[in-house]
Write a new protein. Structure first.
Length: 384
């Protein structure tokens, strides 16, 4: 190719008060060990899920996707919408037929065992795929059309498989799809998301709580229930990168690729995993966002916080973190010649803005995502 690949790096500093938004199997907030100290951690999957949920607030339905094992149920619903005369039984058969023609395998849904004294649940008529499938709404619409067209005969297998290879939509193009049984319908992800880690060390804290029974008599002051929730507070360093060329390959359209870049940057910045939100109401926005376009390879800058940030009594942790991030950027760019093609900065407060004064062009969010979209389109050779 005539030019090197382009990567769009997104660096975010975000302060989160008492929270437990991403739990492990014991209910404790996830942590990571980095630089010799325990850090607060939010998994990449948690933030990717939050980003996808944010997409649904503004992306057109055709750009969205569904990740499910209940693909037959979804397709059957589309078929009955297309032709209300189709019975549910026929719709299920047609949906299963077109998906099996595409090479997807299914098994019967397992019936839930009723509790003692309960009646057995009705049999689920929808078979489940053997694994989660990530399919765009455009692909589902095409599969539904093929199923209807083949109702009087066998569905064309090559056409069914082709329906899962084209029209990925923005979500599938960004996050990719892996099908172990058939690599031909895999989609290489254009986005990588790092586990968010706190810029400083954390210690676990515990909230011992009681729930009062409103109907208890004054003579019975005991709680209706008691429990303990672990939580922490942190300033997180969040990082993600977009492989612009892979995204263009997945979508096949420069303008749509630009929209996908804009959507991901916007939703990654604004989204928040929803774990224990009702308990802690920890919804915040970032203190700092830095978006840079780089040639050759992406650049995660968590190394800025290998030595954990320590409060100095004068500056906020977020400000000290921004200062450390700016130093790391300058040192890496100078040592390796990794100067970005463009660099945009969104600062949530004056002190953070001063710390990042020389990192890039300072803009507000709407302008940032617009400029990044325009740079992506220009880089790919599309119209400005």
């Amino acid at each position: 190719r005539d030019r090197m690949s382009t990567f769009i790096d997104i660096h975010v500093l975000q302060t989160v008060p008492s929270s437990n938004m991403n739990r492990d199997d014991t209910g404790r907030p996830k942590t990571g060990f980095f630089g010799g100290f325990t850090r607060a951690r939010v998994s990449s999957q948690a933030w990717k899920r939050a980003t996808r949920k944010d997409f649904k607030t503004y992306l057109p339905e055709l750009d969205q996707a569904v990740r499910t094992r209940r693909i037959i149920e979804d397709l059957a619903s589309r078929l009955t919408t297309l032709d209300p005369a189709i019975t549910q039984e026929e719709a299920i058969a047609l949906a299963k037929g077109v998906m099996e023609a595409a090479g997807i395998k299914f098994k019967a849904a397992r019936a839930k065992k009723p509790a003692k004294g309960e009646e057995a649940a009705p049999v689920d008529p929808f078979d489940l795929s053997e694994y989660l499938l990530f399919v765009s709404n455009q692909q589902l619409d095409r599969l539904a059309d093929l199923a209807l067209a083949g109702r009087d005969g066998a569905v064309d297998k090559s056409a069914a498989k082709a329906a899962l290879q084209a029209n990925n939509g923005i979500e599938v193009a960004l996050f990719g799809r892996m099908v172990a049984d058939d690599a031909a319908i895999n989609v290489d992800a254009a986005v990588q998301v790092a586990h968010a880690l706190s810029t400083h060390a954390v210690e676990p804290e515990f909230d011992y709580y009681t729930a009062v029974d409103d109907k208890n008599a004054e003579s019975d002051p005991s709680a209706g229930m008691i429990g303990v929730i672990e939580f922490n507070s942190s300033t997180l360093y969040r990082y993600a990168t977009i492989d612009l060329d892979q995204l263009q390959k997945n979508l096949g359209d420069v303008a749509v690729t630009g929209r996908a870049v804009e959507a991901f940057v916007k939703s990654f910045v604004l989204s928040m995993p929803s774990g224990k939100q009702n308990t802690f109401a920890n919804g915040t926005v970032p203190e700092a966002v830095i978006v840079q376009a780089r040639a050759r390879r992406p650049l995660n800058l968590m190394g800025a916080f290998e030595k954990p940030i320590v409060a100095d009594g004068k500056n906020a942790i977020s400000t000290l973190s921004a200062q450390a991030l700016a130093r790391r950027m300058r040192s890496v760019d100078g040592a390796y010649g990794f100067e970005p093609e463009v660099s945009y900065v969104l600062a949530g407060n004056t002190a953070v803005g001063e710390a990042l004064a020389n990192v890039g062009e300072h803009v507000e969010l709407a302008s940032l995502v617009s400029k990044v979209r325009e740079h992506a389109i220009s880089t790919l050779g599309g119209p400005a």
